[in-house]
Design a protein. Sequence first.
Length: 558
Amino acid sequence: MSQEQSLEQRAASLIPLDQFVELATHRDLEGLLTDALALMIRTFDAKAGSLIFAKVPPLHIRQGEFDEEAAEQIARWEKIIENRINSTWEIQTPRLSPITIHPPPSDSGLTLLTIPLLSQVKVIGSVSLIFEPGQELDNYQHQVLTRFVRGVSNMAQLSEELAVTQQRLSQLGLLYQVGQAMASTFDLNKLLNDTLQLTTSVIDAAASVLMLIDEPSNELVFEVTHGVEEVVVPRKKIGLDEGIAGWVATHAEPVIVNDVNRDSRFSQEADARIGSLTRSIAAVPLQIKGKTIGILEVLNKFSTDGFDEEDLRLMLTLATQAAIAIENARLYQSLREERDRIIQVQEDVRKELSRKLHDGTVQLLAAIAMNVEHIGRLLKLKPEAVFAELDALRKLVHQATREARIVLFELRPVILESQGLVPALRSYVNQLDSDEFAVHLDVSNFRQQLDPKVAGTIFSIVQEAINNVKKHAHARNVWLNLAVDRDQLVLGIKDDGQGFDVKAVERDYDQRGSFGLLNMHERAELIDGFLAIESSQVEPERGTVVTLRVPLKARGLR
């Protein structure tokens, strides 16, 4: 029988196999190391024992009776071990040879024996046993203890890796749930609530907050909260320079603060708005294409260890998914609003067409029909009067034809597509031929070629402005000018009408049935233009001026 086999058999007699196997059945790392330390103390008749294992933070276990001197000495020694664990401390020795490190001897005469916990040759902790004065282990016991510690090291490492694997599988499962929840709805409020609920569960925190940046006011808005302390008033705002949340939004960097009272960025006022006593915070920015749109924040980790880097990594993953989902929900909402606006515009056009046909063309056609009947009667009763009535009828027919052409031209100006904006404007002005006001067109200094879509948008703005003059201005003259000023296309529409209060009209849009000015602004934005409307009700500036400026570098201009 070899010496190695003999040692294994003697070790089995010293530490029963069933007790060693029982240790291997542990799924809880702390329970495994606690029972292993108790078994070592009992087997080798030690007075006390202490164990440190490399975790974040390190796991410390002590059992037995420690006098003050021994406790201080072990604490100093374990601090050295902890510091070396945090570095890349390796023991360059054969894997199977006994490794024992003896700290400085105790003044009380107690024997202190320390054996490192190893993962291959990397130190992952240590076991320290305290013996009574004069008590020492023989070579056989020392080898058994060394081998036992090595076995415990392997079991502890496997247990820790298994726990990490299980945690990551759990996190992957929750991330899958997050992804499914985010992909299943475009309802922004439901999306934000689901995001916070899952985030709070994954991070194991007491509460969470999601804030979005309101660009016009340059503030953070509390969009939604989740947790046991959820009492935030919806849409509450804080400044971007306020609290830890403001710092994260401004600097676009994640942050962990496990004791807010020691962090100068923490704002008691911002905390009061959450309505909770905040002890710890982890916050990450929500970003789309490098632009910060808000922050995701979790509060008060249930674990006494506080938030850690793993929590931060998980939050960053969740924040990335949430930001994409929020942006998609916003785009979807924007498309719905645009669809509704288009439907409304189509309905407005239909009503306007119906009104124009009814008040203009249809009335003229009815008058023509009546005149034809009247002429028929005159032929029998007074033939000499027929010629005068025919002249009147001819004028009605010409007027009806002209108004019908104007309606058709406004619906689809073919000349705009075939010849361009300037000929279309000339044709439009000629067909207006209004008895209400005179239109003065000046396009002599404009030579630019425009994309049909851009030209169509500008023409629509002109139509809307002229229609407003017809309906409201009571003007005698309208001046229409199209020119180039340096690097900009400039369209000016001016009238000498009665004017109006621009701010009051724009402010009361939600109570009005007409959206003409809003449509003009939106059309200008479509071609990267800027529309300004100025109006006065007082002489000599009485009237309205509409000015559209479009950069020549914009798409469609050359």
